[in-house]
Design a protein around this ligand. Structure first.
Ligand code: ZN
Ligand code: ZN
Length: 378
């Protein structure tokens, strides 16, 4: 799937053709955050999307390459023999580190400063009825918290913290790595002090000197009415704790709407099938359907309803997300059933009926194609 035609980098990053460097950088960072592997562990497309974004950024962040692309498109870049190649990276996490681990963006970004915590993704299950009404769900997950015993500094309370000898208190070491952008000198966190520049003489007993602990959390999250399967709710600041005083990451709740026994969802519409005995379909009747959000619903079935015909009930579908007061429709597909076994009396009645029905009563204006469409639900 990585051999698809290259996409327009402006389109990938969602920026205008005359966007300035700051806008481009911002757009890339925002996109990269959305595609972060912690959030998208279950999305196989995320890696590919991130690669596309990285490639787009690689072109647009370089004035010369951007000018070449503007004039000649991707072909112009290819003739330069400079097509970027991200295959050397083992995983999307490595790719991320290459971009945000200090090799890129601003140059020489120190690891010793505050670092925002990572995002956390957690699944929440709701029924179709709950998706209809919206509800509060409790999610439980594990996230990194600041250690309360040492207040995050990693030292057993009352014991000293000394300057790291390995990095001289800088918290960073130089490392040369190869990347799609040639050899780059990366600044990596010191492996001795973990980037702090300082080491606790007696590490905190609770967190082993890390200053952070894994905590079990429970949180009530409002699932809005109308949510669809797979949609994510972002809860700001409820992800992993930040490092060295950095802000926490975000929590993403991925909502999974369970399949319903009786109703299918089609966009904002709800679809179900109703069984109708053939004589009832001919005579017209009322049926009761169990609506996932509103309970029993009485529906008029008009006389002469044909197999596969759809009865639409306006406004009885799913509520539209973020469009208060608006709903999709409910669609009932008539499943007309011909009786398979007949008593002698019924048989006689049907024979009489068959004799009496004439061609004019069966005639309809529907074309053959129209009939097929109705029967196959197309
Ligand atoms: Zn601690
Ligand atoms: Zn160090």
């Amino acid at each position: 799937m990585s051999t698809t035609a290259p996409r327009d980098p402006y389109e990938v990053l969602g920026v205008a053709r005359d966007a300035d460097d700051t806008t481009i950088k911002k757009a890339f960072r925002r996109l990269a955050r959305e595609l972060h592997p912690d959030v998208n562990r279950h999305d196989p497309d995320a890696e590919e999307k991130f690669k596309q974004a990285a490639e787009a950024y690689e072109i647009l962040s370089d004035a010369e390459r951007r000018a070449t692309y503007d004039r000649y498109g991707h072909d112009g870049l290819r003739t330069g023999g400079q097509a970027p190649n991200f295959d050397g990276f083992g995983s999307i996490s490595d790719l991320f580190d290459a971009f945000f681990g200090g090799a890129f963006g601003g140059g020489g970004a120190s690891r010793t400063g505050p670092r925002q915590g990572d995002d956390v993704a957690v699944a929440a299950h709701v029924t179709l009825g709950e998706a209809y009404t919206g509800r509060q769900v409790e999610v439980a997950f594990e996230a990194i918290d600041r250690c309360e015993h040492c207040h995050g500094n990693g030292a057993e309370p009352g014991t000293p913290i000394e300057t790291c000898e390995r990095c001289g208190g800088q918290g960073i070491l130089q490392a040369v790595t190869r990347s799609p952008f040639g050899q780059v000198v990366r600044q990596v966190a010191c492996d001795r002090c973990g980037g702090d520049g300082r080491i606790a003489v007696q590490p905190c007993e609770t967190c082993d000197g890390r200053g952070l602990v894994v905590g079990h959390r429970r949180l009530d999250v409002d699932v809005p009415a109308g949510i669809a399967d797979g949609q994510r709710i972002r809860v700001s600041g409820r992800g992993h704790a930040g490092d060295r005083g950095g802000p926490p990451g975000d929590l993403y709740v991925v909502v999974q709407v369970e399949a319903d026994e009786h109703w299918l969802r089609d966009g904002d519409d709800l679809v179900t099938a109703v069984d109708l005995a053939a004589p009832r379909a001919a005579l017209g009747t009322t049926v009761e359907v169990d609506h996932p959000g509103e309970g029993p619903l009485t529906v008029e079935i008009p006389a002469g309803t044909q197999p596969g015909e759809v009865i639409t009930i306006r406004g009885k579908g799913m509520p539209m997300l973020r469009r208060t007061g608006r709903f999709g429709d409910a669609r009932l597909v008539a499943n007309v059933i011909i009786p398979r076994r007949l008593t002698a009396a019924q048989r006689e009645l049907l024979e009489q009926l068959a004799e009496s029905v004439d061609g004019e009563q069966l005639r309809s204006d529907e074309s053959v194609v129209g009939k097929l469409r109705r029967l196959f639900g197309k």
